[in-house]
Design a binder for this molecule. Structure first.
Ligand code: NAG
Ligand code: NAG
Ligand code: NAG
Ligand code: NAG
Length: 635
């Protein structure tokens, strides 16, 4: 029973010893082969040693067993011995074309800058022993196959450096091909050197920045360059692969609308990739091709906006106002979207002439040709905005009115290279024309207004208030009067003044008149009162009547009428001439009804009796006390 147990223990001990022992065995690691590399391009072989004793910085020696050498070993390069390389490698080692690069004490790389066909074979990485006991593996081998360089790249049309207008489309085409026995992949990158300094590196001066624009990677995925990501996402930059003749890949990069900072020197670069046995992708060949220089001409340098007529125009009211906007210096080869706006500053509003003020939009034509009108929608009926020729836009107000006076300006926003930009796309450039001053001469118009309360019995509550407004117009040609009645409370400054004792008097309260009713120039009546019934009518050519039926106490107040003169233009349209008159104010006071009046004597009687009583008491008290005081003083 004890013997097998002993045997097992011994076996376990031996195994443990082996494991412990071999945990510190030297091992040399190389990538798994075979590795296919392209002639003329670099070979980089990493070699790592582990499980060694002695100094941390280990020495390495590289040997090559050429296929045709019948197993003969050839010294390539060593980290410790300058005389190590065999004749074929001596010159290449001396000029650094073949070398060992050290990554750490225990990891190096054999680098052959330009592989030659005769470099094919088995490479051995050997580490001289620094161990107390010779244990483990002191070298390792990897097979390197040198394949011919078949990577080809070409472009179909070079950039000449001739200025290209901002917004133009840029198309670059590169073709690439590889003919390899091995399965290798091709990647293509379009890039740019120098030109636009959008990175804004504060140092200034000529910094040759290389930027990747867009790539098609080894797995055929499209990858935009860092600073081009937004434009790629917006669909402004595309890259497409087509199948060309003889298995060639044709790669077409498009920039929809070039910008000034796209100026620079363009190139395309093709890379050949292979999947190594350790499943890592390695770039084994690369070739770059200059396509040429791009110079982008800024739109701002050529664009100009003019409007005609220029300077100042004076028109008769009712005559047409025609303004034309011309967009000059748009490159014809670029299909740009235009937003054209007519703006106006200053006008005659219905109550006052406003100089300066904000600029308002009269009308606009969007990039898709749709015309919309600004706030004053009445213009839309009497006006038009049209594209009369390429780059020429007209604004027509068929019958100009006094409100149309002001300074007109044409504002053009250019969306270079985008005939139908999205609503979030900013304009490439916005420019304004010089202003055109438009004056309108009105006919000589004069108006006066008189308001009158017809004679009659005193107005009492419940009666009908009647007000006559006579508006007299002196003008030539057809005219109409628009009449408004207004009311505001009867001012009461005396009462307010007597109440205040010592305190500064209140500023007079300005009550804004309230519009009661209006008779429009076209005969339409507008009633604005919501209390008593109100009616408005025209009694004669100049007389207009306002009646407030069943007048209540709230209908008391100051009344006045306003008369505005409207003229008719030759096309039959009515317009406000800007001429108006205000009538005198009428005080409308409503007396109490007979029933209410009965109360007055009673109230007066009681209050006067009280008054007399107080006077008597006061006089008696005062005089009697005075006399008493005098008598005491004499004593
Ligand atoms: C040394 O190499 C041989 C075969 O090349 C292998 O079987 C052995 O495990 C290696 N030893 C160590 C310690 O890696
Ligand atoms: C492109 O421009 C660079 C300088 O910006 C110049 O050195 C180079 O010769 C130009 N190339 C061509 C093809 O015009
Ligand atoms: C208003 O005009 C009428 C005639 O239409 C006339 O009888 C009246 O006296 C005029 N009133 C005033 C205040 O002018
Ligand atoms: C209607 O009358 C009330 C009370 O007099 C007033 O507050 C309101 O503003 C009036 N509404 C209109 C539209 O005039």
């Amino acid at each position: 029973m004890r013997k097998p147990a002993m045997a097992m223990k011994t076996a376990l001990f031996v195994f443990l010893l082996y494991v412990l022992h071999c945990a510190v065995c030297r091992d040399v690691t190389l990538p798994t082969g075979p590795l296919y590399r392209v002639a003329g391009f670099p070979l980089s072989l990493p070699c790592v040693v582990s499980g060694y004793e002695g100094p941390r910085t280990q020495d390495f020696e590289w040997f090559l067993y050429r296929d045709d050498s019948g197993g003969r070993q050839m010294g390539v390069v060593s980290t410790r011995d300058k005389g190590f390389p065999y004749a074929p490698f001596q010159a290449r080692v001396r000029n650094g074309e073949v070398r060992v690069e050290r990554d750490s004490g225990e990891a190096v790389r054999l680098v052959i800058q330009r592989l030659r066909a005769e470099d094919q074979g088995n490479y051995e990485c050997y580490t001289p022993s620094t161990d107390t006991v010779y244990q483990g593996n002191y070298s390792n081998m990897v097979t390197v196959k040198v394949i011919p360089d078949t990577l080809q790249i070409s472009y179909s049309r070079a950039l000449t450096g001739q200025p290209v207008p901002e917004g133009a489309m840029l198309t670059l085409t590169c073709s690439g091909s590889i003919r390899s026995q091995q399965l290798t992949h091709l990647s293509i990158t379009f890039g740019k050197r120098g030109g636009g300094d959008s990175s804004g590196s504060g140092a200034g001066g000529e910094v040759s920045t290389v930027r990747e624009i867009i790539s098609i990677d080894k797995m055929l995925g499209i990858v935009p360059g860092h600073s081009y990501k937004k434009r790629y996402d917006d669909g402004e930059i595309t890259l497409e692969k087509r199948n060309g003749e003889g298995g060639q890949g044709v790669y077409v990069m498009r920039m929809k609308a070039v910008r000034p900072d796209d100026s620079g020197s363009y190139f395309c670069e093709a890379s050949q990739w292979i999947l190594d046995p350790d499943r890592s992708w390695q770039k084994i060949a690369q070739r770059m091709l200059d396509i040429g220089n791009l110079t982008v001409q800024q739109l701002a340098e050529s664009l100009s906006i003019t409007s005609s007529p220029r300077g100042e125009v004076t028109l008769q009211v009712g005559s047409p106002l025609i303004l034309t906007c011309e967009v000059l210096g748009l490159p014809s080869e670029v299909n740009s979207g235009l937003l054209v706006q007519w703006m106006k500053r200053g006008s005659v509003r219905s109550d006052a002439v406003v100089a300066g003020g904000v600029e308002v939009e009269v009308a606009r034509m969007s990039t898709d040709g749709i015309v919309s009108w600004g706030d004053d929608l009445s213009r839309a009926n009497g006006g038009s905005m049209e594209k009369v020729a390429e780059g020429k836009y007209s604004l027509k107000l068929f019958s100009a009115r006094p409100v149309d006076t002001g300074v007109y300006r044409c504002v053009v926003s250019v969306y270079a290279g985008r005939s139908n930009p999205g609503s979030s796309t900013p304009a490439t450039l916005t420019q304004k024309s010089e202003g055109v001053i438009v004056n309108l001469k009105t006919k000589d118009v004069a108006v006066s207004a008189v308001a009158q309360l017809p004679r009659g019995p005193l107005l009492k509550r419940g009666n009908t208030i009647t007000l006559i407004c006579n508006a007299t117009v002196k003008t030539t040609g057809p005219a109409q009067v628009q009449v408004q009645w207004l009311r505001w409370p009867i001012p009461e400054p005396v009462i307010r003044g007597s109440v205040s004792d010592g305190a500064p008097p209140d500023p007079p309260v300005v009550e804004t008149p309230r519009l009661i009713a209006a008779l429009m120039h076209d005969g339409v009546v507008n009633i604005h009162s919501n209390g008593s019934e109100v009616s408005v009518d025209r009694l004669s050519a100049i007389s207009y009547r306002l009646r407030v039926h069943q007048a209540a106490i709230e209908d008391q107040g100051m009344y006045a009428c306003h008369a505005e003169v409207w003229g008719q233009d030759p096309h039959g349209g009515w317009y406000y001439t800007g001429v108006k008159a205000e009538s005198n104010a009428l005080n409308v006071y409503l007396y109490a009804r007979a029933g209410d009046l009965l109360l007055i004597p009673l109230v007066v009687g009681v209050s006067s009796a009280l008054f007399v009583g107080i006077i008597i008491i006061a006089t008696v008290t005062c005089c009697f006390m005075n006399r008493l005081a005098k008598q005491r003083a004499r004593k």
